[in-house]
Write a protein that binds this ligand. Structure first.
Ligand code: NI
Length: 163
């Protein structure tokens, strides 16, 4: 496993649309391992492949609950309900956070590392993390959706979604 460099700010790769993964090869498995390691090293809740310069539809999420890390390959949203407003940040936009409205519930269909289809659903932070990471696969950043910038001071608690 190896740490990968996280692309930040105006890096044009963050604005590109990622391509579907046709097959889960050993190379893809290695990439996913690196993504997980890189996410943990950066204390992130999620990481999408374009954030490390790879335009493939892959993201990893861990909201640090009891269910462990999620690997989503070619994820597609199949259901969403409700909405809620909370703060977000992104490892690719260091030092910035803001309020973004996201669905309160999201269900996605994706492929796992065995190449099998599965469903992942989540509420609250998990729903937010899924939406944030899937946006990265289409070149969309949370700052595109910010309703109100959160003026951070040292005492603020921030959900570091996507970091
Ligand atoms: Ni992000």
């Amino acid at each position: 496993m190896a740490l990968r460099e996280i692309r930040v700010d105006s890096d044009p790769i963050l604005r590109k649309k990622s391509r579907e993964v046709s097959e889960v090869t050993d190379r893809i498995k290695l990439l996913v391992e690196d993504m997980i390691e890189t996410m943990y090293e950066a204390d992130g809740v999620g990481l999408a492949a374009p954030q490390i310069g790879i335009l493939k539809r892959i993201c990893v999420i861990d909201i640090y609950d009891e269910t462990g890390v999620k690997v989503l390959i070619n994820p597609v949203i199949v259901d969403q309900k409700g909405e809620y407003l909370d703060t977000e940040g992104c490892l690719s936009i260091p030092g910035v956070s803001g309020y973004v409205e996201r669905p309160a519930y999201t269900k996605v269909k994706a492929m796992n590392l065995e190449g099998e289809e599965f469903f992942l659903e989540g509420e609250g932070l998990m729903s937010r993390a899924i939406c944030h990471e899937l946006d990265h696969l289409d070149g969309v950043l949370f700052t595109d959706k910010v309703i109100e910038t959160d003026d951070l001071d040292e005492t603020d608690e921030v959900n570091e979604v996507g970091e």
